[in-house]
Ligand binder design. Structure first.
Ligand code: GLU
Ligand code: ZN
Length: 294
């Protein structure tokens, strides 16, 4: 089977509706794929039902459609992938790469979240415990297409991290790597809040024998209090009628230079302009952009 040269994806978590910050990530990933004739997938990261908002997954998909961001193929739902996640965890447990951890949240907080492997050799039973992966005392890094070189020492900056939570839910770090691998994703374009997660994901890719994708982290849009947009309050869904105006605003946030007339065009035409003029090297090399500055 021929592997396409470019496969990108947008991977929203249905804990809320699509907001302006996630629209920027979706748009950047869409334009980066379409400007080179690549595939663009949507994956629903519905790993954490207690944090999900009923109806949010469908609402996100309807918003993407009304904003003209049409994806290829069927949406992959992570809630349908538990068996695959568990199979790899079982393998790593048998190989001694992963282990059960019964430490309390308080203990982990004591180490500022960088878990020093206290339970590595404890031999705790695997059920009713968090499962952690051992990390090597090595630096993992990559060259981000916008943010430049980014490295982390896994032992001292990440620590052995959770791949299945004590409550039985699978961790984002594991699911994202397995599914990007399954879907043949070559290019990951997402918010800069995930820069810190990337070295851990590179390590899991290495364990799984997966090729490392290219990465492009776009600036995160922050509220006046410095928080990620959409996180600390429930943003209302983006309205279809606002699509041309918000797409134009999102393009400006991404350093593109849409003409003023763009927001008066039908969505498909505005996107066509954006695909033809996509300039990833114009994206601001910043981790965060205050919403008020846009
Ligand atoms: N589901 C993650 C989020 O909404 C994004 C995962 C990714 O793009 O790697 O923050
Ligand atoms: Zn422990």
């Amino acid at each position: 089977m021929k592997t396409p040269a470019y496969t990108g994806r947008f991977a929203p978590t249905p804990s809320g509706y699509l907001h302006f910050g996630s629209l920027i990530a979706a748009l950047a990933s869409f334009l980066d794929a379409r400007s080179v004739g690549g595939r663009w997938l949507v994956r629903m990261e519905d790993l954490d039902p207690p944090r999900e908002q009923p109806g949010a997954a469908d609402a996100i998909l309807r918003t993407l459609e009304s904003y003209g961001l049409e994806w290829d193929g069927a949406v992959l739902y992570q809630s349908q992938r538990h068996e695959a996640y568990q199979a790899i965890i079982d393998q790593w447990l048998r190989q001694g790469l992963a282990y059960a951890c019964t430490c309390s949240r308080k203990t982990v907080e004591h180490y500022a979240g960088i878990y020093p492997g206290l339970c590595r050799n404890a031999g705790h039973p695997w059920h009713d415990a968090a499962i952690r992966i051992r990390v090597p005392e090595l630096r993992y890094g990559f060259d981000d297409r916008v943010q430049g070189r980014f490295e982390q020492h896994l032992g001292t900056e990440a620590g052995d991290f959770v791949i299945r939570r004590r409550d039985g839910f699978y961790a984002y770090q594991l699911a994202v790597v397995l599914d990007d691998g399954l879907q043949g994703v070559t290019d990951i374009v997402r918010g800069a809040d995930l820069l810190d997660s990337t070295p851990r994901q590179l390590y899991l890719q290495e364990l799984l024998g997966l090729p490392a994708p290219r990465y492009l982290h776009v600036p995160l849009i922050t509220q006046p209090d410095g928080h990620k947009l959409g996180k600390s309050y429930r943003s209302p869904p983006l309205e279809a009628g606002q699509a041309p105006a918000l797409l134009t605003r999102a393009l400006r946030a991404l350093g593109q230079r849409p003409p003023d007339t763009l927001e008066h065009l039908p969505v498909q035409e505005a996107l066509q302009w954006a695909i033809e003029h996509w300039s990833p090297s114009s994206i601001p090399c910043k981790r965060a952009l205050p919403e008020a500055s846009l």
